[in-house]
Structures are given as structure tokens and as C-alpha cells.
Design a protein around this ligand. Sequence first.
Ligand code: AGP
Length: 611
Amino acid sequence: MCGIVGYIGYREAYPIIIKGLHRLEYRGYDSAGIALYDKGLKVYKKAGKVSDLENFVKGVSLAGTVGMGHTRWATHGAPSDRNSHPHSSSDRKLTIIHNGIIENYGVIKEALLAKGHIFKSDTDTEVLIHLVEDIQKETGLDLLEAVRITLNKVIGAYAIVIMNADEPDVLIAARKGSPMVIGVGKGEYFVASDATPIVEYTKNVIYLNDNEIAYIHRDELLIKNIDNTIQTPYIQELDMKLEALEKGGYDHFMLKEIYEQARSIRDCLRGRIYPSQGEVQLGGIKEYKEKLKNVDRIIIVACGTSWHAGLVGEYLIEEYARVPVEVEYASEFRYRNPIITQKDLVIAISQSGETADTMAALEIAKERGATIFGICNVVGSSIPRFTDAGVYTHAGPEIGVASTKAFTAQVTVLTLIAFYIAQQRGTITQSKLVEYLTELDEIPTLVERTLLCNDHVEKIAARFKDANNCLFLGRGSSFPVALEGALKLKEISYIHAEGYPAAEMKHGPIALIDDDLPVIFIATKNSSYEKVVSNIQEVKARGGHVIAIVSEGDTQVRDMAEYVIEIPQTDDAFVPLLATIPLQLLAYHIAVMRGCNVDQPRNLAKSVTVE
Ligand code: AGP
């Protein structure tokens, strides 16, 4: 949930670090800080955003070719100057930045307090660096060994970088449960939470593994395990492009990513569908064809928007592959002692591939014998590296905290998986597959047509931007779309919003209908159309304001609703891919009109790597 960046090499460190922190700010933005070595260790840190830190250090000498930086999402200790990272040892010779949670920090802190340590913050991170200092002083060991011993004593998740005033040509980095990438340049090294601060300098990266420590000297890189075994670094080449990280002329990353969805779905489909042959090819899971043919049950575990994608997947897999599917909040699944057998397939859906609850749910599934797959967007992240197999969404870097293109890419992958399993089990005829895949191949074009509704949606946003509550209703696979539309609105505009199955409205939510409540229906011409029309009439009869997502040319709902947003007609299977887009745009425009920080909404972070 925090962003960390480190640099050691021949260039000035500050510009690289501060730019890297901006790229990682989507991971957390409660406070920011940097440490540089230039004739001594210098630490500057401040509550607020990275830009507040930049203003804070204006006029200060920021020289030095080794340094590190941190942008925080608070876990232990409120957002404040004193709880900002980096944190230092008593003698101020050591300083640390940390992403994660040290679960046994309380016990460690008590022991250190008894030894006379004084703490300046409420954070678990400060305890960690004091423990390193304490062990180094007691044993006389070098810093690398003291860090290794320390990490054997802590319980929890960490991605840390440590600097030592007595060893200015070294960064020590380590990870367990939180992501860390090392960039290997010519005469320079980078370390960061993900590759976005690194990609413009080098494409050669090492994904540090759990329980590994990296000793990064100017001209030497040593990686060892906390059990002291030397590890051979495995250098991979990044396929990320720099322009994907820029806003590309849009006001916000979120709007850019909404508009990227025709391309991202096209990228997701590329090389995986052969409409004329009626064939789906998924190289990432092809070793498991037999398993998929005989699987008894599929359990999907995820959080947030990814959980909504899982719900769409349930409709698709049960409809086309006829395999029972259960969709679980990963945070609930991991603690309720679930019944799992070797016949189960557990699929984790995660854009970041780092969500702690989702990772923990997978670990339980693996322990209990299930086959585990991942549907992720970030290549090389923890979940794809942990699972037996999986399918990448190939949506490209998603910087906006509110997930948009990742959601439609996840739904696209789930559609492919549903058809792929149907293929293995023969639950769809070849001719029907030809028909479905031909339509699916058209979806990117239909997405481009759907995006034309933007100006119309902006007008509707102006009409309802001051609402305090909002209800989203849909049936079938449009119910999870209603949930997703509600989440988008609430997380970036701070308007309370709920998604509900349209039929459920009569069992309570209909009491909410009044002149102030916008009710948004997904009412496309699909299997449950007539039923949804009845629900719209029920809302109208009680004076509710109805906004409806309808199929192009619909006149019946058009004459009933206050506003309609038309999307291209498509098969039931693909409605979620199109119907979600106007809801993303509606949330976006309302949030902008309300002056909210669309890309970095309050209290949120892009990747929830703590539970
Ligand atoms: C989505 O808009 C939210 N930012 C959030 O719900 C997100 O989907 C959730 O935290 C899961 O993240 P993941 O897909 O990276 O696991």
C-alpha cells in the first residue's frame, strides 16, 4: 500500500527518486519522504502528497547519487510528519523505508523500550530499524547480517530499503509479502515497489522473492535468503512502455484508462480467439485441459472491483461451461475455514496481483489441495508467481485508483475461460462458438461506439452531481455491473451508492425512492428486459428519477426514464463489457464536478497489500 523507490549509481538521486514517487503515488499518498547521502545522511519527510514534499525541500541542497524515497498509506500511526518515512535508528546512522505491516512490532517495541530505546513515531517501521540497530550493536555484525537476523525475528509483511551513514555506497533491500523490483542499469541500480519508476532507465529487472535480501553496492549486487543461502539473480526484460505511464493528454489517468478499453480488450483477445474455427486458445492454462474437463467446482476469490468481475464470471461459466461457481470475498474466505478439495479449482482475480487478502485466500486453497489459477494484470506480481497457472489480462498499467480497464479486461478473460472450459466439456456446439467468438471479436469496435455517449453522460452528471445517495439496479450479469457502477461512484465522488438485483428492490430498497434519489437501471434488450421494465415502472410510480442504460433504438424505456444512455445491442454474454462504460464515465464526471481527486481518492490506495 505504500510506494518505495531507491537509487544508487552515477546520476543525481533526487530527481529519479521524486519522479519515481510520483509514479507510485497511486499506492498511497498520506505522506512522503526521502533520504539522500551527500557528506552525511539527510532525511526530509512531510505529511501530504509528494508535491508537498517537493515544496518542503525547495532551497535545500539535494545532492547525492544514492538515496531512497517513500510515499505512505497509513497503517500504524496517523498520517503526520512524525509518522512519515524514512524512520531512523537512535544514533541516526541507519534509516529505513517500509511497505507492509510488522505484526509482532508491539512485543519488539516493549523489549527495546526496556533497553532504553526512544521512539519518535507510532509506526511499526521505526521499531524495525531500532531492532536492526540493537542487534548490530549487540553482535558487532555488519549491517547485512544484522538485517538478516532481524528479519528472522519479525512476523508480517515488508518491502524495505535501508541506508547506513557508515556505508554510503550501499542500499540494503528485502521483501516478504510486499512487492519489490530491482532495476539493473549500466553502473546503476534501482529498487521500487513496481517497475513504473524504473522502466524509463532500464528494462532489465529482478523481481525479488519473499524472504530475499539484496545487498546493492555501486558495482556489485548480492542476493541472499534470510536463511543465509546465496541466490542467483534472475534478470528479466520488462515489456512495459513508458508512454503507457503518462496521461496522454487526458485530464486524469482514470479518463485515459476508460478510453483505452477498446485497445485493452483487443490486446486481451489477441492470439486467444479464432472465430472462424470457433476456437479459444489460452496458453497459460492449456496444461490443465483435463482438469478443466473434470473440475467439480470453481471458487473465485477476489476483492472490490475484481470481486465484481468474479460475479460476472459466475454467470458466464455456469451458463456456458455448466460448472458450479462460487464467488467469495477473499477477506472472508481466508478466515472461515472453507471446505476445499483436490477437485476444486480456485481462481484469484487481482489487477495488482498483490492484494494481501486475495493472496492469503490462495495460500489456503493451495494448502488444502486445490488447483489455483490467477487472473492478473501486473506481469511478475506475487499472485501470478504463486499460482499453478493463469491468464494475464494485458490491460497495460492501470494508474487510476478506481479500476476501469482492468475490470473489463478481467471480464473478457472470464468470458474466454467460460468458452474455453465449454470447449473442453462440449457444452457449447462448434457453430455456437463461431457465433459467440465472432461477436466477441466485434466488442472492441462496440466499445468505441459506446464511448461516444461521453458528452451525454456528462450532462446527466451535471444533473445529479449533488445527490447524496444513488441506487444502481440490474438483473442477471448486469447485477454485478450495478455493483461496479455503485463502487465507482462512491469511491471517487464520495456519494453513497448501492448496487442491487433489480428484483430485490421490492424487498427493502424501494423504501428509499424519493425525489432526491437517482435510480440507475441497466435495461438493455436482453433476457430479463421485460422484468426490468416493470421495475422501472415501480420506481416511476413512486416519483423516483430513472436513468437507464438501454440498447440502441429502445423507445419503450426511453419514454419512461428521465434519461437514457444508449449502448450497442449485443449478446447477453457481452453486455457487462459495454454497460459498465457509461457507469464509469458517470462516476468520473460527477467526481470531477464535485472537485474530488479522481486518480487518488481520499483514504484509498491502488493496491491493498495489507489486510
Ligand atoms: C476498484 O476500483 C478499487 N480500487 C478496489 O476495489 C480494487 O478493485 C481492489 O482493491 C482489488 O484490487 P486488485 O484487483 O489489485 O486485487
